[in-house]
Design a protein around this ligand. Sequence first.
Ligand code: ADP
Length: 185
Amino acid sequence: MNLILLGPPGAGKGTQGHRLSERYHIPEISTGDILRVAARQETPLGQEAKRYMDSGALVPDEVMIGIVRDRLCQDDTKAGFILDGFPRTVAQAEALRRLSEEQARTIQHVISLEVPEEELLQRLAGRRQVAGRHDDTEEAVRHRLEVYDRETAPLIHYYRQRGLLRSIPGIGTVDEIFQRIIAVL
Ligand code: ADP
């Protein structure tokens, strides 16, 4: 089973991705986590990525496509994978389509987690207190939401047109949302 989790910052992609990964025994591939590890280790990739991430901007498509290509070549993805945070632009979605064709795999479902902006702002403000992420400052959050609307939201239409979109209300308890997701797979 090959899944994509789509949704704005704070929608709960990481939380649900983690649970799906445990349920189906397939890896969750979070591009945000991959970049944060690289940034912590101060690799050349990490140092470049950090400049974009801290301000809430997107890391360039070529960089992200390279990362995901490498990750999807690893053996543990053979039985399936859950992409969290990729694709985030139409160019990334097109690259993923080509990569899937090359690897003779298909994406079965794109889970779109829908959460109103007010709730997102509250959740991200809460996370700022606890998680200590550099990109949870008020300004970076605002920028991430703008970037989402401009660059990522068009993917809802993109995947709906391809018959892959599963819209899930992302409000309620973690369990309730998880059950809604399971029900459409
Ligand atoms: P969130 O969904 O809360 O914004 P993520 O952990 O998914 O958090 O992403 C954090 C940051 O990592 C993004 O703001 C962006 O700078 C970078 N990033 C992650 N995935 C991608 C991607 N697919 N394309 C470009 N940048 C990305």
